[in-house]
Design a protein around this ligand. Structure first.
Ligand code: HEC
Length: 154
């Protein structure tokens, strides 16, 4: 009986140590905290889409198309809040990332995971590789418009 008690005590201590250690690590390297650093980073990608022109007000036809693509191909892994599902939530993604970065992440995710430090950080956190969804650059542009709307742009 005493041995069982000791065993349980050790187990609890180990579990507690494991979880708290991991939590502290994740907090320390959370990339969300310093968005200016991200925006100033040199971009290590750009083979597909090098420039994205944004216009205001939003193009509502593109927003609609982007929303449909989201429902069909992205919703299973991405929420529109800042909550993580399989991948990160999309809230404020257009404020954290440059438009070209977002487009390349959608159209050319394998290259991004191979070469881009920010994409690799996300992979470390999510532990799942985002699959290539066979999205054209034009479709990705519509998704970006939908993300801008989700972030409160008019
Ligand atoms: C099977 C799950 C899955 C699906 C489906 C998916 N993604 Fe992802 N996505 C991820 C994961 C996981 C990441 C984090 C990077 C990684 O681990 O590969 C990510 C990252 C992203 C990012 C970067 C987010 C950030 O915070 O910087 C964008 C943008 C993105 N995905 C867009 C899309 C779009 C657009 C679609 C639909 C066309 C889509 N994803 C479909 C799993 C998915």
């Amino acid at each position: 009986m005493k041995r069982l008690f000791l065993y349980l005590l050790t187990l609890t201590a180990l579990l507690w140590y494991g979880c708290s250690g991991k939590g502290a690590e994740q907090r320390a390297e959370s990339p969300e905290t310093d968005t200016t650093a991200i925006l100033q980073q040199p971009e290590t990608h750009g083979t597909e889409v090098k420039e994205v022109a944004l216009s205001t007000p939003l193009d509502q036809a593109m927003v609609k198309k982007g929303s449909d693509i989201y429902d069909l191909k992205c919703m299973s892994c991405h929420k529109l809040t800042d909550e993580k599902l399989v991948g990160p939530g999309w809230k404020d993604v257009t404020k954290k990332r440059k438009p070209t970065w977002v487009i390349n992440m959608i159209t050319n995710v394998d290259m991004m995971l191979a070469e881009d430090a920010e994409a690799q950080k996300l992979l470390e956190q999510c532990l799942v590789r985002m699959p290539n969804q066979n999205i054209t650059a034009e479709e990705a542009r519509s998704v970006l418009e939908f993300m801008r709307k989700n972030d409160g742009e008019k």
